[in-house]
Design a protein around this ligand. Structure first.
Ligand code: PEP
Ligand code: MG
Length: 886
């Protein structure tokens, strides 16, 4: 214990830490140390390490003497640098106390500013600054924050007093309050604390300091921090650091200010300083959205059509310093930075820098631009873009031809268009989303308590708050469309409606928001396929240059095939033929086939299906020209295809020419207790070979037609589903081979094809060496393989998997992200055994996991040849596959 160093000092061009010590000092602490080392103006301070946080929780939440000693030494260092003393009545030193975890958790934990003020030091501060108003404003802020964060006192109590007094003094804004007004408010605030908590507001500055430090460590375990960690995969053991830093003041009058900025536009990626500031304010005013922030640059002001002056105009000298510093920071970190600063009497101070969160659109543009600027290389660029985030770019946009009724306008806080029904609380959003509704969460402003509701919403709309407000930052991180600060919106939470420029919208009504323009629109608006930028194509090209894994698609309609081709797929990995029968005119024939009791009856139905199948395949083969196409023979879980409703039953009866009672009798006969493990997959082909024979014929005839028309071979891969034994595959393969022979004889076309199987059952994986004697390729059907490995129903487990995740039994939904340990072990066995029998066996995956970045990385390591995923995930898979190899 004694040997361990828990406190690291920084400031004034020196520091004990640096940016590489993020795990120990937290992101904020490490970057403060680094900036200080770079010689940037950073108010001196110290960081108590994340290791101490862990120690604290493991040791009864106590502060050992050794820590107190280290802090005392660090305090003296700061006092010497600043030339002021903590708790000194004439020349007091004040602190901010902030959390700072390894991964940034915006707004999730607590902060205390102006610490060190009491009835005596406030006088010293007034005297020293020559600004009594500022001193009392700082004191009342401190009492508010400290009481809330450390003493657990409801903010609301103070707001009521403040509002009453503003009214009494005739002040419309906080800034209109005079020194005397604030002095009076301080007395009232302290009395309120005394009344409610039955104790005096602490006057001892050391008690204040340790109280605040303790509160920050405690905030690591508050509900919103815990939820945020769960949503973002941050382990609790990481802990937070605590940063204690000497205060600089943005609320010292009109030559002081506070602001936040991004070194490039976080929404578009445009290379421009982008941020907001407030004159005569402290940091929390910007984030809380209490006052409308002003743009830092003139061009930003113009973009927002704001008439408030930009910092570039009000403080041109400081602005130039800021420009110089932000450029230095970007070059140093070689990434877009999110910075916080304060101007105290025209002097600029840097309070934070970190890699800025950005939309996928911005991430792509910044990565490409930085390669062009030679700041990073192509591999860095690929590493900078989270594959899953590309989903945002693939989101639909509003159809420009659609007639829309814009009822309000706000800030374009997070791009993409979303429609849904209006809800006014996070709880209601969750409730409705659970029922399968699409919702738009409408709030005056969001706070970290809303995080769960925001997560389940299609879009977020707030009446207040800027581009860096909580709603904007969090929505961008989530990739959820968001319009913030829609000033024309009057939200009535209590009565569940809002009005926007005369239009009243009640809870449950549908609206559409456009997070790329800031429009709020009444009703549902049709959307269009996204238009991908040149930068996006560049990133995809770079990904393809390093990618080893091929990316195919799961598709069975011409539209899906074309979409996937446009997104750069390299073939079809799974064409589910049963999905080709879902349309109304076809399902009747499938039902007829399933219901038929005799071979003759089935053949009659199959004869109707054959031309439909053949025509579909012709179209698909043409679209996929020259690329491999894996067609899976029929695998219909019977319950998905049998008629249920009376109307459907009588329709089938009519079409087949039998009685309704007969259809009901057959449904009874065919009923299965456990259809997912029932008469499906190749078992159907074994019982009724004529079905697979028809399909094989349709495929080969289509291939011969396309070959004749185009002169090119179709690269056919015929896949048999749900195989457990070699024998099943052997029987069905001979049927396929015989069918091809007869089509070849009839058409004279020599066809190129392979026969393979899905690996969807543990037995098939374990005996893959035997199965590979017949199979020319394997495709891992990890949906069924997960189901059968866990013995978890694909259809029923959603209702309880949540409990498993909460209890920490399963970290992820295994149907979304591959269980690498269990299901992955079976895949590895099958890969090894399959290759032992057939060295060049082609291996792929076509379960949902084929589009999940973490699972794709596993597939890369397991040595598969390709992944196959839904068309819209093809770009995600291309990037994930590339990153897996880096
Ligand atoms: C699978 O089981 O992973 C698969 C792709 O097949 P399906 O989802 O159609 O059962
Ligand atoms: Mg399957």
């Amino acid at each position: 214990m004694t040997a361990q160093k828990f406190v690291y000092s920084f400031g004034d061009g020196k520091s004990e830490g640096d940016a590489s010590m993020k795990n120990l000092l937290g992101g904020k602490g490490a970057n403060l140390a680094e900036m200080s080392k770079m010689g940037l103006p950073v108010p001196p301070g110290f960081t108590i390490t994340t290791e101490f946080c862990d120690f604290y929780y493991k040791n009864d939440k106590k502060f050992p003497d050794a820590l107190r000693k280290e802090v005392a030494v660090a305090l003296v260092k700061i006092e010497e640098k600043i030339g002021a003393k903590f708790g000194d009545e004439k020349n007091p030193l004040l602190f901010s106390v902030r959390s700072g975890a390894r991964a940034s958790m915006p707004g999730m934990m607590d902060t205390v500013l102006n610490l060190g003020l009491n009835d005596k030091t406030v006088l010293g501060l007034a005297e020293k600054s020559g600004n009594k108003r500022f001193a009392y404003d700082s004191y009342r802020r401190f009492i508010q924050m400290y009481s809330n964060v450390v003493l657990g006192f409801d903010h609301h109590n103070f707001e009521v007093i403040l509002d009453e007094k503003k009214h009494e003094f005739g002040a419309s804004a906080d800034t209109d309050l005079t020194a005397e007004n604030l002095e009076e408010i301080v007395v009232l605030f302290k009395a309120e604390v005394k009344k409610e908590l039955n104790r005096e507001f602490p006057q001892d500055v050391n008690e204040q300091l340790w109280g605040a430090v303790e509160a920050v460590f405690a905030s690591w375990m508050n509900d919103r921090a815990i939820i945020y960690r769960q949503l973002n995969d941050i382990p609790a053991s990481w802990g937070t650091a605590v940063n204690v830093q000497s205060m600089v003041f943005g609320n010292m009058g009109d030559t002081s200010a506070t602001g936040v900025a991004f070194t490039r536009n976080p929404s578009t990626g445009e290379k421009e300083l982008y941020g907001e500031y407030l004159i005569n304010a402290q940091g929390e005013d910007v984030v809380a959205g209490i006052r409308t922030p002003q743009s830092i640059t003139i061009s930003g002001k113009e973009q927002l059509a704001s008439n408030l002056p930009a910092m570039e105009e009000t403080m041109p000298d400081v602005f130039l310093q800021l420009v110089e510093i932000y450029k230095k920071l970007e070059n140093h970190y070689r990434d877009m930075q999110d910075i916080e600063f304060t101007v105290q009497n025209k002097k600029l101070w840097m309070l934070q820098t970190r890699n800025g969160k950005r939309t996928a659109q911005a991430a792509v543009k910044i990565a490409v631009d930085m390669v062009n600027e030679k700041l990073i290389d192509k591999k860095d660029a690929l590493k900078r873009i989270d594959p899953a985030s590309l989903d945002q770019l693939l989101h639909p946009t509003l159809d420009p031809k659609a007639k829309v009724q814009v009822i309000a306008k706000g800030l374009p806080a997070s791009p993409g268009a979303a429609s849904g029904i209006v809800v006014f609380s996070s709880a209601e959003a969750e409730r409705r989303a659970e029922n399968g509704d699409k919702v738009i969460l409408v709030r005056i402003e969001t706070s970290p308590e809303d995080i769960k509701g925001m997560h389940v919403s299609q879009g977020i709309l707030t009446a207040r708050g800027g581009m860096t407000s909580h709603a904007a930052v969090v929505a961008r991180g989530m990739g959820t469309p968001c319009v913030s600060g829609a000033g024309g919106l009057l939200v009535d939470h209590v009565n569940h409606f809002f009005t926007a420029n005369g239009t009243k919208v009640k809870e449950g009504e549908t609206i559409t928001i456009n997070g790329s323009t800031g429009d709020v629109i009444l009703g549902l608006v049709p959307t269009l396929k996204p238009n991908l930028s040149d930068d996006f194509q560049t990133i995809m090209k770079w990904a393809d240059e390093v990618r080893v894994l091929k990316v195919r698609t799961n598709a069975e309609t011409p539209l899906d095939c074309q979409t996937a081709r446009d997104f750069g797929c390299e073939g079809i990995g799974l064409c589910r033929t049963e999905h080709m029968f879902f349309s109304e005119d076809r399902i009747i024939s499938v039902r007829e086939m399933i219901l038929a009791e005799t071979l003759e009856g089935r053949k009659k139905a199959l004869a109707k299906l054959l031309p439909m199948q053949r025509a579909d395949f012709v179209e698909i083969f043409k679209i996929m020209a020259g690329l491999p196409v894996t067609i899976r023979l029929l695998d219909p879980p019977l319950h998905e295809f049998l008629p249920h409703k009376d109307s459907e039953i009588s329709e089938v009866a009519k079409a087949v020419g039998v009685d309704v009672s007969y259809v009901k009798h057959r449904i009874g006969q065919l009923h299965e207790q456990n259809p997912m493990l029932g008469h499906r997959g190749c078992r159907l082909g074994i019982s009724y070979p004529e079905i697979y024979e028809m399909q094989a014929r349709a495929i080969f005839e289509a291939a011969s037609i396309v070959k004749k028309e185009t002169g090119k071979d179709v690269l056919l891969e015929i896949m048999v589903p749900l195989v457990a034994t070699k024998k099943e595959l052997q029987i069905l393969k001979s049927l396929i081979v015989a069918t091809e022979k007869s089509v070849e004889q009839e058409t004279g076309a020599k066809l190129n094809y392979m026969v393979g199987t899905m690996i969807e059952l543990p037995r098939a994986a374990l005996l893959a060496d035997q199965i590979a004697e017949e199979a020319e390729f394997f495709s891992f059907g990890t949906n069924d393989l997960t189901q059968t490995t866990f013995g978890l129903s694909r259809d029923d487990s959603a209702s309880f998997l949540g409990h498993y995740q909460k209890a920490g039994i399963l970290e992820k939904d295994p149907f979304a992200e591959l269980d690498q340990e269990g299901v992955g072990a079976l895949i590895k066995i099958a890969v090894e055994k399959g290759r032992a029998t057939r060295k060049d066996i082609k291996l792929g995956i076509c379960g949902e996991h084929g589009g999940n970045p973490a699972s794709i990385e596993f597939c890369h390591k397991a040595g598969l040849n390709y992944v196959s995923c839904s068309p819209y995930r093809v770009p995600i898979a291309r990037l994930a596959a590339a990153r897996a190899g880096l």
